[in-house]
Write a protein that binds this ligand. Structure first.
Ligand code: ATP
Ligand code: MG
Length: 363
């Protein structure tokens, strides 16, 4: 087996614990990985003047593959989310989040197997914002009034929602190609085209255009986001591959995670043409950080996605099998899963759960 060099950004909050657990499990799977550690987050501001140093971006670019723990976005300190900045700096335009039932994880359903494909570069995540009371905001409000685009109250803050033909075409095409490559039969586009005609309406129009090229091979349909949410809760098995603009994809990811047992088990990847950064759906969970309580499954399953991406599919399968085994046995599970399953057994720590996985992999 060739040795792969992977950039590891441990992150902060529970990332410190989940990243260490992930490294142990990947090593126990037999995968030969050389970890190149790169830092990001609030601790870097003092040392480098930025939470996302150029050296970290360069390290990911050089290796082409990274795995990242969550990084806290300090509130109100003037810098934007590191997670979003990294996606933008490396043009990781796809956010891929499989939602898969794990028997024993406390999900509402036993048979969910769908894939969320979220546009990762624009929409309300573009970060184009105008502060309430600022001169530019007043000019924008005046422009909208004079162009008869609509009245905006003078005490408003404004966020801009750009949705382009280019980014939509790229993400929808990715969803269809993913469906073809992974033997899936349907792509659903989710939007609010009836209300936002020039953004979500554009998304739907372009999705339909792309879908025509796959006619007869992959089925296509669309849902309005509110109806989609209701349908997901009633019967998530009706969905296969689902493609979203950025913000709806973010919200639907937590909804999907909630249906199968929670954020503790939801993995993901950010993918571009040159690089891929694997990371759990959850954030840094400051409420449980540093207490050895976090569930590392989401980051560990993100590592399994990374191993598939590196061609190490046997190691990835071994990890998934060990995860399924530990959940099915049900003896060693973290507090979030104990709560989801309604079990009264004592909860395992992050370390104890990781020990059980390592034992399953090496026995
Ligand atoms: P951030 O601002 O970084 O997104 P957050 O406060 O939104 O952080 P999340 O990590 O998104 O927190 O998760 C919300 C809640 O879900 C957490 O407060 C925590 O209780 C729970 N949670 C998230 N991830 C995990 C995990 N891996 N294990 C156990 N509980 C988790
Ligand atoms: Mg969060």
């Amino acid at each position: 087996m060739a040795k792969h060099t992977v950039t590891l950004i441990p992150g902060d909050g529970i990332g410190i614990e989940t990243s260490a657990a992930m490294q142990r499990v990947v090593e126990a799977s037999g995968a030969e990985i050389e970890w190149e550690i790169a830092e990001a987050g609030a601790s870097m501001v003092e040392a480098c003047g930025t939470p996302l140093p150029d050296s970290t971006i360069e390290a990911v670019r050089r290796n082409g593959v990274a795995i990242k723990g969550p990084v806290t976005t300090p509130v109100g300190e003037g810098f934007r989310s590191v997670n979003v900045a990294l996606r933008q700096a490396l043009d990781l335009y796809v956010c891929l989040r499989p939602v898969l039932s794990i028997p024993g994880a406390g999900g509402r359903y036993d048979d969910v197997d769908l894939v969320i494909v979220r546009e990762n570069s624009e929409d309300l995540y573009a970060g184009i914002e105008f502060e309430e009371g600022a001169d530019e905001t007043r000019e924008l409000i005046e422009f909208c009034r004079s162009a008869q685009a609509g009245a905006i109250r003078p005490d408003s803050g404004i966020s801009i929602k750009p949705v382009s033909v280019t980014a939509t075409r790229n993400i929808v095409r990715y969803a269809f190609e993913y469906a073809l490559e992974h033997g899936r039969s349907k792509v659903t586009a989710v939007h609010k085209a009836n209300i936002m005609k020039h953004t979500d309406g554009l998304f739907l129009r372009v999705a339909r255009e792309v879908a025509k090229r796959y006619e007869g091979r992959i089925e296509f349909d669309d849902r309005i986001i509110d109806a989609f949410c209701m349908n997901m809760v009633i019967d998530p098995t009706q969905f296969d591959v689902i493609v979203f603009p950025n913000l709806y994809g973010d919200i639907a990811s937590d909804l999907g995670a909630g249906l199968v047992g929670g954020l503790g088990i939801a993995p993901g990847a950010n993918i571009g043409d040159g690089c891929a950064v694997f990371e759990a759906v959850h954030g840094s969970a400051p409420d449980i950080a540093g207490k050895n309580l976090a569930n590392p499954t989401a980051e560990i399953l993100s590592a399994a996605m990374m191993l598939d991406h590196l061609g190490e599919t046997a190691c990835a399968s071994r990890i998934r099998k060990a995860v399924c085994q530990v959940y099915a046995e049900g003896a060693v599970l973290t507090a979030d899963i104990r709560k989801a399953t309604g079990s009264t057994h004592a909860a395992a720590s992050c370390t104890e759960f990781t020990d059980a996985l390592v034992a399953a992999l090496t026995s």
